[in-house]
Design a protein around this ligand. Sequence first.
Ligand code: WTA
Length: 650
Amino acid sequence: MPEELDALLKEKRIFKPSAELLKNSNIYRWMEKNGIHGYDELLEEALKNPEWFWDELAGELEWFRPYNQIKKWDPPHAKWFLDGKFNIVHNALDRHARGPRKDKTAYIWEGESGEVQRLSYLELYREVNRFANALKKLGVSKGDTVSIYLPMIPELPIAMLACAKIGAPHSVVFSGFWAKAFKERINDAGSKVAITIDGFRRRGKLIRLKEAVDGILDETPTLEKLVVVKHEGLDLDMRKNRDIWWDEAVDGMEEDCETEEMDSEDLLFILYTSGTTGKPKGVVHVHGGYAVGVYATLKFVFDLKEDDIWWCAADIGWVTGHSYIVYGPLLLGATSILYEGTPNYPDPGRIWRMIEDYKVTVFYTAPTTVRMFMKYGTKWPEKHDLSSLRLLGSVGEPINPEAWIWYHKHIGGSKCPVMDTWWQTETGMHLITPLPISNLKPGSAVKPFPTVEADVLDDEGKHVKNGGGHLVIKSTWPSMFRTLYKDPERYVEAYWSKFPCVYLSGDVARVDEDGYFWVQGREDDVLNVAGHRISTAEVESALVSYHTVAEAAVVGKPHDVKGEDIYAFVMLKEGVKTGEELESILKDHVRKEIGPIATPSNIKIVSDLPKTRSGKIMRRVIKSLIKGEDVGDTSTLANPEAVDGLKKVL
Ligand code: WTA
């Protein structure tokens, strides 16, 4: 039997943390201090008294003026740490730069072509102050939203922190999006000032971002100034009175800049995320609650200590980067890796080499990345010494048990617990997640973070005992989004209307007999085959558990009788030969894993699947193709050429 299948069959195994890891963990020490004797007791006590839990943690941060009420929950609206005066940047930067951490490295940046830059807390503080002063000079005041369109370079966190420092909300647009997205977001936020770059490299290829931006700036009536980072040394056409180089903007600026005293509930950032309709939703986060939420989760879930080297291998353009590359690690005074490029460039050894070089201790990535590296095989990680690792993390989509086990064994050396963290742009922080004291089941995000009340409901709002249902949150949490920017009705309608006063996550999940949560995917990725609810993720996980399959995408094709017919598109591991009989073997495999109802009626072997730049498979595109419809806008795809490959097999 192939080794992977063997592992999968043992998937019901429970992985327990080592006694050493458990006893030294931040959460264990905190429980000892508070007289709590175990994971269940912690969850129980925190649910009973969430204010006690959050008050303790908020007390570890510095407030210009203490809050006088911990929370006000008036569903669907929450406020936290009321009347407190606070600034996230004071806590993430100022206090470290003025204290014993001033010479500690905040970021180790590595460019795609290998250059390295280290920034200590003091250096970062000075850069942020200089840029904050430059922003003020360009006319940015408290409350003005600055739009930022930058790749993974130090100027990105510097710009975000500079905005927050002077009370200007930031709106970061992922640099992998097309400039049209930047235009829409500048206009939605009414930005006067925006920031971009001359160009940057992706897999060695030069992307000329400023020139792309020039093409949209005639349609951004509010924009007055465009700051341009010189990164590739491109000779550009700079429009007079509008465009200014970053270096010129900071030239002569003071290294000190006062940090604005904000109200806890003042806007920190807007981050746009896609919804079921075409128009992106501007998710709004605030200074106080957001800071406390990301601080607490990073401290307890990933257990960061003074000498850890943390690498969250996401892009800052997504919420994972906002919370766990920029704000979380800086609030904890940690050292983080900031990597400009793609993980498998110039070869699939890149990230493993970096983990060895920088002695990374805690590593956080997405299941799609894990599956990609499974495809390349173990020879790449085996070339490197990964023994510095002590904890691993996963985020962004359900991690199939086979990928979990591979990650645990081949990256974590069978000694690093895998923290499968479930959360969203809207939640700001991990909501369902293991802690280092939890027993793990591969593929499960375990239980809600302390104080969070999660549940799985049927359409009538009743708790689902067996099978899947709507994943909901029944309590408020500090880093909950406060509204949708300029669209308060949509906030209520999209998230709080199906079940009154209950947060509808839009995901499907089930809870097992031990109270463990298994997130199955988005509701809109759920098929209905002959009245049975089947998650595309479940079928995909079954396919990927077959030893020659690297990745799979499952979509429903409308069917007269069954409602939907299951179509599967499968990518094989490198070097595996295809053949007609493989399709029937895979059908059989799914039948055995889930049942006849989940057996795809069609399986197509393909060489690539259409993905977003954050690595999520775009099922919408595949769905349109099998329905024979126009695939529409493919500008957000990382690999538009995959569409042609799919057309060939259909
Ligand atoms: C999915 C990313 C299963 C889920 C932080 C959610 C997950 C969406 C997990 C949010 C996980 C995220 N297990 N699914 N551990 N983490 N998701 O807003 O469908 O980019 O609703 O935030 O990703 O994506 P977003």
